[in-house]
Write a protein that binds this ligand. Structure first.
Ligand SMILES: Cc1cc2nc3c(=O)[nH]c(=O)nc-3n(C[C@H](O)[C@H](O)[C@H](O)COP(=O)(O)O)c2cc1C
Length: 278
């Protein structure tokens, strides 16, 4: 890949100048900055077992709290099962539903406290009491996110496309049943993997200006940066033919319980799966 640092920055921030990119630029940086979620896949492209193995090796190469490795993943290829998972993830007319159905491979990433509980029960305390606490749940959620992002970037480096699918948390117990998950294992998100259809039409989505997320020495947020972003992102949405308004989207998500689309019940679902969250 030979995208220059300046061009990568321009795409990532949707603005001509955002700080000075470093003089030294790497393929990894170019790959990372070129990320975009892919929601449309070619019907003819398979993802081989060798590729799957490389993605999992990349995922397992992520750092993991205390080397506890509190995650697992289910690779779903069967058409019927992907379609059932798609239905659980999407409402009608939700494009994510067709992404899950189209992509040849759907990885369901799991926070997995079952393995560590088993090991602890055999060698330490029979109750594995420490795994009942929020800390253990957090560790597993952090671990699985780091692993999945490594896999996603690895897929992108191979010319594949991915999109994370948090929407499986709309129906986590049904997803758990579909995948035969044991207690103490929770489906956190899915990741579609496939060959992008018309990737060139999928633009890099600009992010907040660095000044909005990077605080030096102490936290201080200037609301002006959010306004700048609103303008930049509205340009992106207009080109993509999507409704405008980043702040609107944030507010839609957090303004009321309705925005959670059923995920307000997650605490109960986690408890049901054995995550005590003490
Ligand atoms: C944990 C996680 C869950 C996500 N869940 C969904 C989802 O359910 N449906 C969807 O269309 N996109 C989903 N996304 C993708 C985001 O919408 C996307 O990353 C974001 O809009 C930025 O766009 P980009 O990835 O193209 O840069 C998810 C992303 C993450 C990290």
């Amino acid at each position: 890949m030979s995208v220059s640092a300046k061009a990568s920055y321009r795409l990532r921030y949707g603005a001509p100048v955002v700080g000075e990119p470093p003089a030294e630029w790497t393929e990894v940086l170019a790959q990372q900055l070129a990320h975009r979620s892919v929601r449309r896949y070619r019907a003819d492209g398979e993802v081989s077992d060798e590729t799957l193995s490389a993605l999992i090796a990349a995922a397992q190469s992520a750092p993991t709290s205390g080397n506890l490795q509190l995650w697992s993943v289910v690779a779903v290829r069967e058409d019927a099962r992907r379609h059932r998972l798609a239905a659980l993830a999407g409402e009608q007319a939700n494009p994510i539903q067709s992404s899950v159905a189209q992509a040849p491979l759907f990885l369901v990433w799991l926070a997995d406290l079952a393995r560590a509980r088993q090991v602890t029960s055999k060698t330490g305390s029979a109750t594995a009491e420490g795994a009942d606490f929020v800390e253990a749940a957090l560790l597993s959620f952090i671990d699985v996110a780091l692993a999945a992002q490594n896999a996603s970037l690895a897929a992108e480096s191979l010319g594949l496309g991915t999109v994370f699918v948090g929407a499986i948390r709309n129906k986590p117990l049904e997803v758990a049943a579909e995948l035969g998950l044991p207690p103490n294992v929770f489906p956190v998100f899915g990741l579609t993997v496939g060959h992008p259809d018309r990737l060139e039409e999928t633009a890099v989505k600009p992010r907040l200006p660095q000044e909005a997320v990077l605080h030096r020495e102490q936290y201080s947020l200037d609301p002006a940066h959010l306004e700048t972003y609103e303008d930049v992102l509205n340009g992106f949405y207009a080109e993509a033919g999507l409704p405008e308004g980043w702040a609107q989207r944030v507010a839609h998500r957090f303004g009321s319980v309705a925005g959670l689309k059923g995920r307000e019940h997650l605490r109960a679902a986690l408890f049901d799966r054995g995550f005590q969250l003490r």
